[in-house]
Design a binder for this molecule. Structure first.
Ligand code: 9D3
Length: 249
């Protein structure tokens, strides 16, 4: 899988991609990340990538020519690449989109800056417009890092232990259960006994229950969107009852 990132701040990416899972995936040749300086695709002396908006108004707009040239240069050998513009108007990035991208051979990420991008780029150059959440950032660079990180974790082999990937997909869509490590007793705060019992079936049940409970309390929207087995649905009903009773107390 190859990422091409088009940006006016190419240096910004080293801090994030030079560490951890992404770095390991690059070293293992599971992914390739090419960073392109948008200014290298300008033809004028000032290497200008933005200009004033037609119709007036505050702020600057990214010019179409450098973006068209940059994307055409990096996709000339792969016409079926996804070309994603990171922008506040985009589809919300989620695990489903991360999974889609992880199956592609080539993903181009264009980092927006200024007030936005000339609409001809949106209409005729990009295939996807992607946002990472309903908050205002200064540009698409941090969102591009988010996308690369989330997608890389889904490339087979990137996490090292395949058990982690399996676990992520198994509990996928639910919040994590609470975790504990040593010491078993600390300042009078004790680790739940079931986790010390060595009874793995009981431990699995406890964790599943806590995941569901946590998700129902904090992110009920995640449960409604999810497919559950009959057993799981039954258990969820019981947990819901317990939570209602606790509320009533
Ligand atoms: C929506 C705010 N706009 C109102 C006029 C101005 C504006 C603010 C910030 C336009 C662009 C930006 C830069 N943000 C991104 O490029 C961006 C982003 C974001 O701000 N939030 C979440 N995801 C993303 S992806 C790219």
């Amino acid at each position: 899988m190859r990422f091409d990132i088009i940006t006016i701040f190419p240096e910004i990416f080293s801090s994030v991609f030079d560490f951890g899972i992404v770095r390991r995936a690059v070293e293992a040749k599971l992914i390739e990340i090419n960073i392109h300086d948008l200014r290298d695709y300008t033809h004028d002396r000032h290497r200008q990538v933005d200009d004033r908006p037609f119709g007036g108004g505050a702020g600057m707009v990214m010019k179409p020519e450098p973006l068209f040239r940059a994307v055409e240069a990096v996709t000339s050998d792969s016409p079926d690449a996804s070309v994603a513009l990171l922008s506040p108007q985009g589809r919300l990035f989620d695990q489903d989109l991360a999974r889609e991208y992880s199956l592609k051979a080539r993903v181009v990420l264009i980092c927006g800056r200024y007030e936005g991008v000339d609409e001809r780029v949106v209409e005729h150059l990009i295939t996807d417009e992607v946002s990472v959440g309903d908050f205002v950032l200064s540009g698409g660079e941090i969102p591009a890092m988010v996308v690369v990180d989330a997608v890389t974790r889904l490339i087979p082999g990137a996490l090292g232990c395949e058990q982690s990937a399996e676990r992520e997909s198994f509990v996928g869509g639910l919040l994590d259960y609470p975790q504990y490590t040593r010491p078993a007793a600390y300042r009078g705060m004790n680790v739940p006994g079931v986790l010390l019992s060595g009874n793995h079936a009981e431990i699995e049940r406890w964790r599943w229950r806590k995941s569901i409970e946590q998700t129902l309390r904090r992110r009920p929207d995640l449960i409604t969107a999810r497919e559950l087995s009959a057993d799981q649905r039954q258990e969820m009903e019981e947990i819901l009852k317990d939570i209602d009773e606790e509320r009533a107390e």
